[in-house]
Structures are given as C-alpha cells and as structure tokens.
Design a protein. Sequence first.
Lengths: 310, 384, 333
Amino acid sequence: MISDLFSVTVLVGILASGIRLATPYLYAAIGETFAQKSGVLNLGVEGQMLLGSFAAFYVALNTGNLWLGVLTAMLVGALMGLAMAYVTVNLHAQQGISGIGFYLFGLGMSDLLFQKLMGTVETVKGFPKIYFPVLSDIPGIGEIFFNHNILVYGAYLLVPIAWFVLNKTTLGLKIRSVGENPDAADSLGVNVARIRYFTIILGGTLSGIAGASLSIALLNVFQQNMTSGQGFIAVALVYFGAWRPVGVLGGALLFSLINSLQLWVQVLNIPIPSEIAVMMPYVLTILVLVATVSRVRAPAALTKPFEREN
Amino acid sequence: MRKVFLSEWFSRLIDALLPVFATLAALLVGAVMLLFLKVNPIEAYRALWDGAFGTSNAFAETLVKATPLLLVGLGICISFRGDVINIGGEGQMIVGALLATWVGLTFTSLPGWLVITLAMLAGFLGGAIWGGIPGVLKAYFRVNEILSTVMMNAIAVQLMNFLLRDAMIDPAQAERASKIPQTARLLDAFQLPRLVPTRLHLGALIAVILAILVYILLWRTTLGYRIRAVGQNPHASRYAGIKVPRYIVLALLLSGAFAGLAGATQVFGVNYRMITDGSASGFTGGAGFNGIVAALFGQLHPIWSIPASILFGALLVGANSMQRVVQVPSALITALNGLVVVFVVSSEIWRQRRQRRRLSAAGQDGESSPPASVEKIQQVEKVA
Amino acid sequence: MKKFAWLLTFVVALSLVLSACGAGATPTVAPVEKFRVAVVMPSAINDLAFSQSMYDALIRVQTDMGGPDKFEIVYSENMFVVDDAAAAIRDYATKGYNLVIAHGSQYGSSLQEIAPDFLQTSFAWGTTVDTFGQPNIFAYEAASQEGGYVNGVLAATLSTSKVIGVVGPIETGDAKLYIDGFKAGVLATSPDVQVNVNYIGSFSDVALASEAATTHISAGADVLTGTAQMVVGAIGKAEEANALWFGTQSNQSSLAPKIVVASQVYHWEVMLKEMIGLIQSGTLGGQSFAANLANGGEVIEFNTGYALPADAKALADATVRGITDGSIKITLP
C-alpha cells in the first residue's frame, strides 16, 4: 500500500534509480543549454543520441574498448553537430524544423546501420559500477551515491563545469552575449558564427555521450529507437532549468526521480492505473514549472538567425 | 514592362519550386545510400513515383495521406505566424480524435450528417483544449511552449492508452481475453463519405475549404491581423493596445484545434475506429511533426500549404511503396524523410535572398510577407 | 543560385528521361508452383518479439519448402500506421501474392475493406479469431497465456525469495494475455508468492524497462519475466543480479545464457503450413487458427545453458501435458 512507499528500501531504490535515469538527460540537456545560450535551438538531440548510442555500442562490441566507443560516439555527435551548425549558421534554416529533420535522419540511420551491421540484438559488457572503498559499503547512502559507473559520475561533474564555463570565463561571456544580442556582440568583435559553431558542435558531442551512456554504460544493449523520446525531454528540460546548468540538473533529477517513483508505485501494486503512473513525471514537470514561475527570460536571440549588417 | 512582369512571375515560380528542388537534392543523396545497399536507385525512385502517382488509387492514397498534413499545417501557419512553436500536434491530434470518437460512439441514434458534423466540431474542440493549455501556460505562467507541448504529447499518449483499454474499449473486445485496445467500429452512416470510388474521403475537401478560410482569417480579419502582429513584434503590439497574452493563447488554441480536427478526420475517414499500439505515431503516422514540415514547404501560407501537403504526402506514400518494391529497410525511408526536411529547410535562404532582391526592387507586398524571424533579418539588414 | 537551380533541374530531368528510356522491369518468369507470401508487420523484423516471430517462422517454412525459388517472401515492416499498412496490403493483393499476412490486430478494419475486392487472394489476420465471415480471410492467434502459465509454474517453483517481477509494455493484447497467464500459473503453484507487475507504458523505452527490472529486484524479486522488445534492458539487469528470466515470443537465451530458464517461442510455421495446404487445395479462408501448446504453435524452449533441476523440468512437462489434454484450465481475470 501507499505506506510501503516510505520504507527505506524503497526510498533508497527511488533515489539510486533516479540518479541513474537522469544521466542521459544531463549530458544532452547541458549540451543543449550551451547551444540555446548562444541562440540556437536544436531539436535534433534525439537523433544525435541514437547515432551516438549505436556508434559507441558497435565500436565497443567489436573492439572491446569502451572508451573508444565513447570517443566514437563523441565524434559522431560532433559531426552531426557540424552539419546542424552549417545549416543553422550559414543557411539560416528554421531551427525547430531542421532539428526535426536531423532527428529523423539520426533515427533512420542508427536503425539502418544496426540492421546492416549487426542484424540481431546483442549485449556488451559496459562500464562497470565503481567500487569506492568504505563509501560504497555505507548502508543506504552507499547504494544511492557510490554505486554507479563512471559515465554517471561524468554527467554530474558536467554541471559545475558547465556553470563555470558559462559564468566565469570569457568564452561563456561571449556565448551569452551572442545569445542575447548578436549584433552588439558582433560589433564588439565577437565572431558570432564561430561561437555558434562551437556551442552546436559541443551540444552534439555531449548528445553523443548521452547516447553512449545508454548503450554501453547503463543498459549494455542497443535497440532500434531505444532513446524513445529522451532527447526531446532533454530539450524541454533546458527550458525547465531556465538555461542554467543547476536548473537543468534540478529538472533532470525531478523528472527521473518521479519516473522511478512511478515504477515503484506499480511494483508495490498500489492501485493506480499503469497509464496514470506513467504520466506522472510529465504532469508534475509542468506543475512544478507553473508553481515556480520563473522571472528568467530566454536568450533574446534564441531561434533567430544572425546576419551581419553591411 | 511585359518582359519584367514575366521574369518576375518566373522568378516567383522558381521560389515556389525551391522546396521541390531541395527534395530532389535530398533524393540524390538517398540514391547514394541506396547504392550502398545494393539497390538500383532508378528502380527505387520509379517505385516511389508509381506509389504516389502511378494509378488513381495511388493518387487517392497520396491525398488521403496529405489531408492530416494539411490540417496540421494550417494550424502551424497560424501558430508560427504568432511566433509560437507548436510541436504538440501529435498530442492534439490524439485528444481531438478521442473526443470525436466518443461523439461517434455515444450519439448513435442521431442522423449521420449531424453526428459527423458534431464529431468534427468535437475534434476541433479537443485539439483546442490540448493546444490551449500550453497557450495559457505560456501566456500567463511563462512556461515555454516547447516544454509544455512535449510533455502534453506524452500525456496524451497515456490518456489514449488508458481510455482505449478501459472506458472506451469495444465491448466485443472487453469480453475477449486478448483485449485489443480499440474502440467499437463507427456505424457506417457516420463514416465520412467517399469523394470518388477510392479511399479518398470528404476530409480532404474539408481541409481545402478550411485552407481558404484560414487565409481569410489571417489576412482579412482583425483576429488574424493581431495574431500576426503579436508574432512579429509583441512589444509594439502591446503598446498599440493588443492584449498580447490573449493572442498567444489563441494562436496555440487554434493551432491545436486544427490538429485535433486532423485526428478526427483520420478516425472518421480512414480507420472508422480508434486503435492504439501504445505510441503516438501509431495513430498519427507522425502527422503532428510532418504537418510542420508541410507548412514550411508551403512557406507558412495556407493556400500554398495545399500543394505542399500533397507533395509531402506523395513522398511519404511513395516511400512506403518503394520500401515494398525494392525491399529496403524502412529505416532508410525514415532517414530519407529526415534528409528531405533538412534540405528543404536549408533551401529557405535562397528563397529569402531572392525575395529580398525582388522586394527591394518593387514595393512591399503585405500578403506574402514572410514570418517573424525573416522579417527581423530584414529589419537588421539595410535594404539597398 | 539561379544557375544552380537550372543545373539541378537539368540533371534530374536527364536522369528521369534516361530511366524512362531504359528497359522497364523485366517480368520474372516464375515457376507455376512458386508460392508467394507477403507479410505486413507493425514493428521491425529484428525486434526479438512479435514481428520477428512471424518473420522467422516464414523463413522456416521457406527452408522446408525448398528455398526462395519455391517460396517467396516479401515484407513491409514498421507498418504501425494503419493506412500505410492498408496501402501495403492492397498493393500486395494487386500484385497477385497468394497469401497476404496482416500481422497486427490493428489491421482488421483495412482487411475487412480490402479482402472482398481480391477474392483470388488469401488473407491472414492475427492475432484474432475474427474472419468477418469472409471466405478469403484466415484468422490466427496465439494462446500466449498457455506458455505464460507454464513459465509461471516454473517461476514459482524456482523462486526462493517468493517474490517475482513482471515487466510489460502496455496493458493490452498479447502482452496482457501472457502476463495474466503467467500470474495464474504462479498462483496455482504457490499461492503465497508475490507477483509484482509493471507496465512501463511503451514498447521501446529500454531504459525504463531496465529500471523497472532493477526496481523489481530491489523489491526482492529473484525471478523476472517480461514481454515485448524493450525487455532486452530488463534481461541485462536480471543477469547482473543473478535473477532468473523467463522469456516469450522468441528465444531469449542468447541475451543472458546463464540466467534465462526458458522462453515461450511462437512457431507460427505450424499454422502457416496448414494454411498453405488449404490455399493450395482451394480454400482461401474462413477458418481461425490458434497457436498453442497442443499443436506445437507454441513451444517452451528450455535454455540448455541453464541447469534446470530434474523435478522442475518434470513439473513443467506435466503442466504442458495438462494444458494440452485439458486437465489444467487457465482462468484469466
């Protein structure tokens, strides 16, 4: 019954699961944050994740080298980011729609490559859980925080790094200025195109890692369309987080924790229809955002292509 | 003078055909991919053409496929011109279809034409609600519409799954152990009548009529003017006394309404029941997203969206036929779909540059003015 | 830009002209006995689940009948959209295939419309029992609750913690049948065993299925089962925790050779061969088939890599016999 939810096992389980589930969202959403901070909306994250996921899996399966897999995923994501950057910066394409095009392309290509290069579902030995002497053995806390693989920890490490880059470096200042007022930034000597290329490619690279985290760290398998919409959720989370890495972290954790909560609700046979349980993370994300009405504005130049005045 | 007029007309024709050229370029890349798969691209593309236009049946299929694209696209024309990005078409189609189906299953004693009308209105209403909620969230709670529509899509799918296996399930299924999540079949009297002896149904005609109405709405009514004004410059609009939040809500509400109608026509014109396979695209066929692309093909203009939807519908139908004939994995079709979208979207820049050159020579033509993002470029750039 | 557009148009026009001038598709002269089958499926042919089971079965039939020259198979996969599938079914019928299989319960309405137009073609529709009274529609379904029951009996026997976890997609159709049968089997064997069921709401979310499995394990489950293609993630988690796994729809031993106990595998070829025989002798439809344990349409395939205790195996075999001869009745909710 509902009281079962408050047992220690369950709470530990929910927190540990939540932290794991949030990993791909974190990588992808932080990457998207950089892109959006510079004024670019990339809805193709899902496609980049899928291709990265396949690339990492295939390379890891055939070489046995997991880090090579991660590297390949980063490369694949970066290449897609490059294409997106060209289309967005040089060709001024409608960003929302070009993103959907890249999504479809990534979805189709990842599945096509899977069918032609692999053919059947296989598993791989992915990144193992890291054992921390003493820390991992602490009951409860050990299970929640010290029982994950390295890509999980990488995702969380990304948050302070992203915050630092965006807020405390010149690069971050340039990114933000390009996103707020590209004309002014341009007149001050900032190369708008180059900054946007950087953020979009960075976003693609991180999406690739997000995909790799799924196929060779968390799930150790690749399957057609395995991200199942997570890329779109990641983009949505950037808005939830008000374009701040900490906010994105909060959003990813909120969404993932409620997801693991609803899994437990079902497992504990609490009599809620399964569909209502599955809905919970989505509904609550909206409700939380409504309740915490944010004063933060979007980057003013978001989705607007930049063309230099003559 | 006449010479200038002709070249101007021809120039506009090239502009209109740019999406076609871009599509062909994408198909060229696709041909390379086909070669890699050891498939003859010429044979493949002939199958694509035949599948879309080869017989009257094929063409009917193309039009049937194009109908929801056009309806969603009309809604997108409205929302994008209000500078609101509505990617919630999938969910709005589902909710509109659910409400319309409920009407069709409940009022079984009323005459057919009345039920159909009520059902279409119900579809409109259902989609309006599902689009209106993100609208209200954006206008009054600053919740970004991309976030809310993505979430609402997922919620709609779960709602559909729940209703179709529980409250709205076909009583015949409820008795069986296997419980296929589908509703009862609509009475024959409630089916949208066929236009010609093919699968082409009345929904296509409704869509075309609505396209004209949307054109009138956007450019000949105050409501439309205000939506466009808010889309182009919300600050100036507010200063001019337009209640901006209200029109943001309206843009999303109307956009959702058209998507809901698309869902209703799918049920009443094609499937005659609602059935789910657990996903959104199982019901919508991706029309919620593809409708956005079709609207863009049509330069976000309701009238141009008609041939644009037909073209895109042809591509989708033809691609399926191609998959059957040359037995390529359907994944290739998806990738090709993506390539076409990217190429067409990328070709916009040429259309804009050509149009700017023309506009700088002639005067401004309010009717074909491009949407907000392009106009901002025009404001920035000094028109020589 | 204008030049580029012209060039592109020219190139495309040229290639279209060339293709038109080229020889049309030469019709292959097929031997008269060649049996041609087309199948329309809602998911991918390599989904390790519903669609793959039918495709694998067709391949088996093809091998038995002498290869592609005697038995032609074409497929349309990922046809989850009903009107795309309808176009495909109609297309295949127009092209003169002997048997067109609509492998998805959502295709019923389309078949009802199309079949009367092609009375020379035989159609098969699964999973269902309804032939719409049409003389050229066969119906087929799988009694997945039977294999589920057997799996459940075995699961209850092998579980030491007395907690069993189930991961399902959405609460309908074949998945629900299997899971209900499984629960019935467990409770019939050991009424005190706790069966926890989780429907994750999607057929493709591997991550969520995997976390569902982890949740089950944290709740104490040491035996798991699941259905549909996203369970590949769950199987991995089961392996990590040394929990046992029971599969359905296809043989899942290869994914986790140490912990998969058995899988209920659909052998559609049993019913396919019967159908083909009927078609070749002139009956194009009007019958419904069930794949079940009795006729070999469903087979419990044990994983040879797992050491199943002899008495458990005996119990499983006895259960199969019981269902086959009717002495065991499976009551579903």
